[in-house]
Design a protein around this ligand. Structure first.
Ligand SMILES: [Zn+2]
Length: 284
């Protein structure tokens, strides 16, 4: 599932690729995935690309905004004659045949380049809103702050912990109403960085541990964005789509292997229904 660093990388790549382009054609073959047709967007120009949580917002002229949610298996592919830019869920050979059997929505720009929305399981969507509707949509979701924004302070994190001391660390940092953008993968990495077990109750954390969790969220997401950014900047093959950060993972997906620090075996457990990998020696 694409997490915040992946979506941020798509945002940065798209920003360079499509800002200034004019929509000439739009088609979607799956009605439940979209809420608009070509006549609403034809002739409009892309004026910006933003990200909120794991959603992308493509700003168009005339107060039109396209919101894209990649969900579990969504992928965006921008294609010109010179390059192919892929972001989101890895799907094999995405650049070779386009559109392909997973392509459900296609934007064609007036310069002949295209943006394809591919989705294996069709949980994602592409919708059109005006700015008021966008604000309402985000307000209803009650999203917490962006982890890399100034709102996400240590004081804020402490305050939220006081409100719900019985939450487990992993569940707590994955909760979108606490903060956005920390999914299954990065929550395990943050717990390892902070040296706390993912099933600890947040109310029992020491000040130092809370500080390490706060630092870890910021550092790990920044590092992931930095390494992803290089992977997605140009043509990537199917192997490259996971992004370079995968090589830096300390515990996620490493169950049964040796901890890099203490050489004990990485364990796993369920926390709130999600499988979590951790080192029982390094994390208390
Ligand atoms: Zn260890």
């Amino acid at each position: 599932m694409p997490e915040l660093p992946e979506v941020e990388t798509v945002k940065r790549g798209l920003e360079k690729a499509i800002v200034g382009k004019i929509i000439a054609d739009y088609a979607c073959d799956t009605p439940k995935m979209t809420n608009f047709s070509l006549k609403k967007v034809k002739g409009l120009k892309v004026i910006g690309v933003r990200r909120r949580a794991k959603m992308l917002i493509i700003d168009l002229t005339a107060d039109h905004h396209i919101l894209v949610h990649l969900k579990m298996t969504g992928q965006l592919v921008y294609r010109s004659q010179k390059k192919c830019l892929i972001g989101g869920h890895p799907i094999e050979k995405s650049c070779e045949i386009l559109p392909n059997k997973f392509t459900h929505a296609t934007f064609t720009f007036s310069d002949g380049t295209s943006l394809y929305y591919n989705d294996v399981r069709k949980f994602g969507w592409v919708r059109l809103y005006n700015s008021k509707e966008i604000v309402n949509y985000f307000t209803n979701l009650k999203l917490g702050p962006e982890p890399l924004s100034q709102e996400f302070t240590l004081a804020y994190l402490r305050q939220r912990i006081r409100q719900r001391p019985r939450n487990r660390v992993k569940q707590f940092i994955m909760d979108n109403t606490v903060l956005v953008g920390v999914g299954n993968l990065y929550s395990d990495e943050v717990c390892y960085y902070a040296k706390v077990r993912p099933d600890r109750k947040v109310g029992a954390l020491t000040d130092k541990e809370i500080k390490r969790i706060h630092d870890g969220i910021i550092k790990i997401l920044k590092a992931a964005i930095a390494s992803q950014g290089t992977t997605f900047s140009n043509y990537v093959n199917a192997d490259g789509e996971e992004g370079a950060y995968v090589k830096k993972l300390k515990v996620y997906g490493r169950y049964g292997k040796k901890c890099f620090k203490c050489k004990d075996v990485v364990e796993r457990m369920k926390v709130g229904g999600r499988t979590s990998s951790f080192c029982g020696s390094c994390q208390k």
